[in-house]
Design a protein around this ligand. Structure first.
Ligand SMILES: CC(C)(COP(=O)(O)OP(=O)(O)OC[C@H]1O[C@@H](n2cnc3c(N)ncnc32)[C@H](O)[C@@H]1OP(=O)(O)O)[C@@H](O)C(=O)NCCC(=O)NCCS
Length: 224
C-alpha cells in the first residue's frame, strides 16, 4: 500500500467519532419515519452501554442465528460477540427519538485488505418493523460517505449466499462482487448475458463456499 494511502488509513483508525460523524450527510442524521422521528449517532464499541449492546445483539441474533447455524461458520455466540464488540469496531446507531431504542445499526472497521484501504462493514441490520423504509440504504450510504470523505478505496462486506434478501439489497445499492471473493472469476457472466450472483441452475457459483465478498469503490461515478 502506498504511503499516502497508509497515512489516510491510520488517520481514519485514530479519528474520533465526532470527526467521523461530520462525514455523514446532514440530511441523513435526522430521519423522518412513519412511526416517529429517528436519530443517528456514531460510537466506538467501547462506548456502547450494556443496554445498547443487548439490543444490538438481539437484533443480530434474531436475523442471523439460523443462517449461521446452516453455514460453514456455525453459530458461536461467544466468538461472534467478541468480533462484534471488538475495540476497533465502530457503530452507527439509529434510535427512535421517543424511546432512544436502537432500531437499526451498522458496525465497521477501517482495515487494509489486499493492499486496499477499506471501510469493512461487519454488520448492517434493520429491525423487522422498520424494513423497506430506506433505513438500510441510508446506513450503507453513511459508510460510503465516510469512505469517500476519508479518501479510502472502498466499502467491503461479507454476505452469506443464502441471504438472498441482503444480496438483492446490496446489488440494488451498487455493490459488486469483490475480486477477493472466493468465487470471483467463476461467476463471470456466461454467454447468455446473465450476470446475476445468484445460482439459478446456471452453475455460476462455487458450491464449496457459502459466502461472498462484495464491495463498492469510492469513485465519484459509483455514488448513488
Ligand atoms: C438487508 C436489510 C439491511 C435491508 O434493509 P432495509 O432498510 O429493509 O432496506 P431498504 O428499505 O433500504 O431497501 C433498499 C433496497 O434494497 C432492496 N431490498 C430490501 N429489502 C428487500 C426485500 N425484502 N426483498 C427484495 N428487495 C429488497 C430493494 O431493492 C430496496 O429498494 P426499494 O425498497 O426501493 O425497492 C434488512 O433486510 C435486514 O436488516 N436484514 C437482516 C439482516 C441482514 O441480513 N443484514 C445483512 C447482513 S450482510
Amino acid at each position: 500500500m502506498e504511503e499516502e494511502k497508509r497515512a489516510l488509513l491510520c488517520s481514519s483508525i485514530e479519528a474520533s467519532p465526532e470527526e467521523l460523524v461530520a462525514s455523514i450527510l446532514p440530511d441523513d442524521r435526522e430521519i423522518h419515519h412513519p412511526s416517529g422521528d429517528l436519530q443517528v449517532g456514531l460510537v466506538l464499541a467501547s462506548s456502547l452501554s450494556a443496554a445498547d449492546k443487548g439490543i444490538i445483539w438481539r437484533i443480530l441474533a434474531d436475523a442471523m442465528k439460523e443462517m449461521y447455524e446452516g453455514s460453514s461458520f456455525g453459530w458461536n455466540p461467544t466468538k461472534k460477540k467478541r468480533e462484534l464488540f471488538h475495540k476497533l469496531a465502530r457503530f452507527i446507531l439509529v434510535r427512535t427519538r421517543e424511546s432512544a431504542e436502537v432500531v437499526a445499526f451498522t458496525s465497521f472497521r477501517f482495515e487494509e485488505e489486499d493492499g486496499f484501504a477499506v471501510v469493512y462493514c461487519y454488520e448492517l441490520h434493520v429491525s423487522p418493523n422498520f424494513h423497506r423504509c430506506g433505513l438500510g440504504r441510508k446506513l450503507a450510504r453513511m459508510l460510503f460517505d465516510i469512505c469517500r470523505q476519508r479518501r479510502l478505496d472502498k466499502v467491503m462486506l461479507t454476505v452469506f449466499k443464502a441471504n438472498t434478501i441482503a444480496i438483492r439489497f446490496y446489488e440494488n445499492i451498487g455493490f459488486v462482487l469483490d475480486p477477493s471473493s472466493p468465487e470471483y472469476g467463476s461467476t463471470l457472466p456466461a454467454d447468455d448475458g446473465d450476470d446475476s450472483w445468484e445460482d439459478e441452475g446456471g452453475g455460476h457459483v462455487n458450491e464449496e463456499c457459502d459466502y461472498m465478498i462484495l464491495s463498492k469503490a469510492a469513485i465519484p461515478s459509483s455514488y448513488y
